[in-house]
Design a protein around this ligand. Structure first.
Ligand code: ARG
Length: 587
């Protein structure tokens, strides 16, 4: 069926060239088909770069070819007829440049308008993936790093879901470990009756700090806390209950952030994998990977100075043993083919080490281009405008909910200043302020290459000019209003009208729209949301150029151009959706 047949534009071209390569030089079939978009549009839209590589392989052997250009010529000659291609030419040492058919671009866009943007989903080589993201630690602060992880992880999950991958969205919360002994003991001290209310615990972070202080200063308390860990791990009812209470209060805190951001996650915290640790370590042990070192059980990793500790000196498990068990569970119980971890770059070493251990154990293939695969998606710091680690004025740490509220309130104020409170209902005002405010925070984060640090600035992210969510949301709303004001029934036009891309600016816009699938594919493959942001921003620029140079309403090409407006709006909305941003329709 058609949906099956699609794949991205690049994938379709690759298929076509593959057929040609198969007959051009049948004995060199293993070569990958190298298709890339042309850097300079003067040469064409895409190029196939196989001729040069093939020449170096057959040089001196072939009686048929005398250089890379003739191979290029043969590739062109052997290309099966296709309505995609208008013309091909050879450039330089043997690049085959392709000019796509304008009619075919137009037809593909029109088909998408009728069948839906879902038909443009790229094809990925996996069926099921785990995205492990957000993952704050119970009773400790949920800081901007966790906000970044939440925003980036959600986008990656959305892009994979769009590409028909089943995604298990996992919140790997830090809900286990020795710190719970001290928290539980402190809870008992504060609430001897066992009746704990949220209010009474108040700020969990402060509660954590107070209990830590007790732990560090009172040896008696420390002893009790250490015994509490043992009781908790043994499953003693009273301790289990206290632990569950602490987790629940903490959970309600970060749920507020997820709810505001519209992010869905399924919690499977560290405690969940605890029962699987002995089994996982047993497997590694049988393969001789675990050794004794200074009283601890460790795995030595080639090229690393310190080994990966999997059982501490005191016999306890740690972050690494939990992650090994979780990896085992995700591969074997959940049958995930791709496991993606979103944390700050500071944890890179940890991931590298346990991925290497898993490879040595044969849980993962040694080659990085094979599946199942584990990937660490590292991101940089959030900086304040002073260039230091981001903090708000009021408190030491950033209260994430306050941050989100502030963005929304600023947007609301800007709307009121523009008199929107007189035009719109209170609900419209609220909804728009939320969409723009939260969207601005997400986009400001996602548009940067995730590995770099970025500066948090309300002024910048809420600017309605430049590469911001505000600008893009308004650009989309403007397109919607062009269509509305034309007075035409766009649903009807989709069925009866045709798109023509006669003007060069129309063609550029059309081709850009059609490249959506390969951009999502690239963003997924390299786990880089900024690739999609860049595409979206360029799309809005291509649209502006088209709209400036081509009259839409009242022109002879009105129908075609309105359809092009609609297609742009549809693709922009899909980008927003994948970035977790709610589109607005009025400005
Ligand atoms: N809780 C950790 C932190 O706050 C992040 C956990 C990431 N996931 C994992 N499987 N290690 O840094």
């Amino acid at each position: 069926n058609d949906q099956e047949a699609f794949g991205s534009l690049k994938q379709q071209l690759a298929k076509l060239f593959e057929e040609s390569l198969r007959v051009t030089i049948p004995e060199e079939l293993d070569a990958d088909t190298a298709i890339a978009a042309c850097q300079n549009p003067r040469f064409g839209d895409y190029q196939c770069n196989n001729a040069m590589g093939l020449w170096s392989k057959v040089k001196g052997k072939s009686t048929q070819f005398r250089g890379p250009q003739p191979i290029g010529q043969a590739i062109i000659k052997n290309l099966p007829p296709s309505e995609m291609v208008e013309s091909c030419s050879i450039a330089g040492p043997g690049f085959v440049n392709v000019v796509l058919s304008r009619q075919w671009i137009a037809k593909s866009i029109q088909k998408m308008l009728v069948d839906g943007i879902e038909t443009w989903a790229p094809k990925l080589p996996v069926k099921r993936a785990v995205v492990d993201f957000s993952s704050p630690n119970i009773a400790k602060e949920m800081h901007v790093g966790h906000l970044r992880s939440t925003i980036i992880g959600d986008t990656l999950a959305r892009m994979l879901e769009y590409s028909n991958v089943e995604v298990l969205r996992r919140n790997h919360v830090g809900d286990w470990g020795t710190q719970f002994g001290m928290l539980i003991e402190y809870l008992f001290e504060k609430f001897p009756s066992g009746e704990v209310s949220d209010q009474a615990v108040g700020d969990l972070e402060a509660f954590y700090k107070a209990s830590k202080q007790r732990f560090d200063s009172d040896p008696d308390f420390k002893g009790r806390a250490q015994r509490a860990v043992v009781s908790l791990q043994a499953g003693v009812e009273k301790y289990r209950k206290a632990w569950a209470q602490i987790c629940e209060i903490s959970r309600r805190g970060y749920e507020k952030v997820y709810q505001r951001l519209g992010v869905h996650l399924e919690e499977k915290g560290e405690s969940f994998y605890n029962p699987y640790i002995p089994g996982a370590l047993e497997l590694l042990s049988k393969q001789g990977l675990i050794e004794e070192s200074e009283g601890a059980r460790v795995i030595f990793i080639e090229g690393k100075n310190i080994p990966l500790i999997v059982i501490k000196k005191d016999g306890g498990y740690n972050y690494a043993s939990t992650d090994l068990a979780a990896l085992w569970y995700r591969l074997n119980e959940e049958k995930a083919e791709w496991i993606i971890y979103v944390t700050d770059v500071g944890q890179r070493e940890h991931f590298e080490m346990f991925f290497t251990a898993a490879k040595r154990a044969g849980w993962l293939p040694a080659e990085d281009n094979k599946y199942p695969k584990a990937s660490h998606v590292g991101f940089g710091l959030v900086l304040g405008e002073d260039g230091k680690r981001f903090r708000t004025r009021s408190t030491e740490t950033v209260k994430l909910v306050d941050l989100l509220d502030e963005a929304k309130n600023k947007c609301k104020a800007a709307l009121v200043e523009r008199g929107k409170d007189k035009e719109w209902t209170e609900e419209e005002l609220e909804k728009t302020a939320e969409a723009v405010g939260y969207g601005a925070i997400k986009y400001a984060d996602l548009k940067n290459n995730r590995t770099t640090n970025y500066t948090f600035s309300f002024d910048q992210m809420l600017n309605d000019k430049g590469n911001t969510a505000v600008y893009l949301l308004y650009a989309h709303a403007r397109i919607c209003s062009i269509i509305r004001k034309s007075g035409k029934d766009i649903e009807e036009l989709k069925k009866t009208g045709t798109i023509d891309l006669a003007h060069p600016d129309e063609r550029v816009l059309g081709l850009h729209l059609l490249q959506f699938a390969e951009i999502v594919e690239e963003a997924c493959t390299n786990l880089l949301p900024n690739v999609l942001c860049e595409y979206l921003y360029n799309l809005s620029e291509d649209f502006t150029r088209f709209y400036t140079n081509c009259q839409v309403v009242g022109s002879a090409e009105e129908t075609s151009r309105l359809l092009l407006c609609e297609a742009t709006a549809v693709v922009m909305r899909k980008c927003f959706h994948l970035l977790g941003i709610t589109p607005v329709y009025k400005i």
